[in-house]
Design a protein around this ligand. Structure first.
Ligand SMILES: C[S@@+](CC[C@H](N)C(=O)[O-])C[C@H]1O[C@@H](n2cnc3c(N)ncnc32)[C@H](O)[C@@H]1O
Length: 254
């Protein structure tokens, strides 16, 4: 008997009318991180056969768009695109479909066809996840959320760093519905950063104003940075300590 047939989540998915056991992974990710909220527009990359799309539709009830190189059988209230998530032409098609609402959350469970050669499969999984990250950065609204599957391996820490550069809060998570022996892990990014500045970068700034709390206010490409104890008119070097979607905090450096 194939392993899936004996599997608890396989049976549960069948009983509850979900197209994949993976559906429960998204449920568990969302229970913990709340990346999909009521009314959200959600884009699902690598969505066939559609278990995640069913869950996203249930949670949000808003606009849901699924993308896959394989056809996705119709789900009521869900739009689909047949395309490769690594290609710009696919990103453009997603933008066309979501232009009016903007995208709140991008989720990606895409996986390459496994060859059994571990480092090769790992590298292709990272490549897909990196494409999903690039796509997410192009289509998400400021402050939007992201969840992506990766097979763990040597390239994972670098990938995690890339996600950290793009989101305020980043966590790696293994849902219970993932098989124990699986090397897959999900990276969750919350609050997409769209500002020009990044943590630990240094800038020379002029304090243009004083905020309500008494902090100095500098602007870097129109992005507001609060600098504790700095006075209006001061020119100083700062290091970015904390970044939020619409502003950042910097510390004076000598
Ligand atoms: C594990 S399945 C997704 C299962 C889905 N989350 C569900 O719950 O039904 C991975 C999917 O990624 C898709 N995929 C792999 N590479 C892709 C690519 N470059 N572009 C789009 N889809 C891709 C595969 O065709 C496959 O359908």
């Amino acid at each position: 008997m194939p392993r899936d047939r004996r599997d608890y989540f396989y049976k549960k998915a069948k009983d509850e009318g979900y197209r994949s056991r993976a559906a429960f992974k998204l449920k568990q990710i969302n229970e913990k991180f709340n990346i999909i909220k009521k009314g959200d527009t959600v884009v699902d990359l690598g969505a066939a056969p559609g278990g995640w799309l069913q869950i996203a539709k249930e949670i949000s009830g808003g606009k849901i768009v699924g993308v896959d190189i394989l056809p996705i059988e119709k789900i009521e209230g869900v739009e689909t695109i047949k395309g490769d998530i690594r290609l710009d032409v696919t990103v453009e098609k997603i933008k066309e479909k979501t232009r009016k609402e903007g995208v709140d959350t991008v989720i990606c469970d895409a996986a390459p066809n496994l060859t059994g050669n571990w480092s090769y499969d790992h590298a292709r999984s990272i490549d897909l996840a990196a494409s999903a990250l690039e796509c997410a950065k192009k289509i998400l609204k400021p402050g939007g959320g992201f969840a992506v599957k990766v097979f763990q391996g040597d390239l994972f820490p670098d990938f995690l760093d890339k996600v950290r550069q793009g989101f305020v809060k980043v966590k790696a998570f293994s849902p219970k519905a993932s098989r124990k022996q699986s090397a897959e892990i999900y990276v969750i990014g919350r609050e997409l950063l769209t500002g020009a500045v990044r943590i630990n970068e240094e800038y020379n700034v002029t304090i243009e104003d004083t905020g309500a709390s008494g902090d100095g206010i500098a602007k870097i490409n129109d992005f507001v940075v609060f600098v504790k104890g700095a006075k209006k008119g001061e020119k100083l070097n700062i290091r970015i300590r904390h970044v939020k979607p619409n502003f950042a905090f910097g510390d004076r450096i000598e």
